[in-house]
Design a protein around this ligand. Structure first.
Ligand SMILES: [Zn+2]
Ligand SMILES: [Zn+2]
Length: 143
């Protein structure tokens, strides 16, 4: 069974109809290693022959977010929303506030801290968030 078939099964399990736009979004997001915004997804779909308007893209994305196939990422400093395929685990990002570039950090800088904190507080720690903001080299020159 290829990966796209697996996603078809996930959609069906959650009672979502398997549509070309939903599958189109999934296969498009598979090609990205970092979260992208709906506008880029909209353009990518159109390039793949699925031209739908942005609000339809948002609706399709949100239905995928609801069943856990796609993850929505909000950065707290603005209203911009990004989407990525839910590949399990969690990630941390370096976010350029100038051009919205996102770099995924390979390591979790908090894993040791989380363990120590759990030990100290006797909490069962479930998750954490960390994103780092700044300006990339290109945007520093532009400023
Ligand atoms: Zn930048
Ligand atoms: Zn982490």
């Amino acid at each position: 069974m290829n990966e796209i078939d697996e996603y078809k099964d996930i959609l069906r399990e959650h009672g979502l109809r398997v549509t070309s736009k939903r599958l189109g979004i999934v296969s498009l997001l598979k090609g990205f290693d970092y979260p992208v915004d709906a506008k880029l997804i909209c353009e990518g779909l159109c390039d793949a022959g699925i031209c739908i308007n942005l609000s339809t893209v948002y609706r399709a994305l949100e239905s995928l977010v609801e069943v856990g196939v796609v993850r929505r990422i909000n950065f707290s400093d603005d209203a911009k929303v990004f989407y990525e395929l839910n590949r399990g685990g969690h990630r941390h990002f370096l976010h350029c506030m100038g051009c919205d570039e996102l770099i995924s950090l390979d390591v979790c800088p908090l894993s040791d801290f989380q363990l120590a904190l759990a030990k100290e507080t006797k909490y069962r720690v479930v998750s954490h968030n960390l994103d780092i903001y700044g300006y990339c080299p290109k945007c520093q020159v532009r400023k």
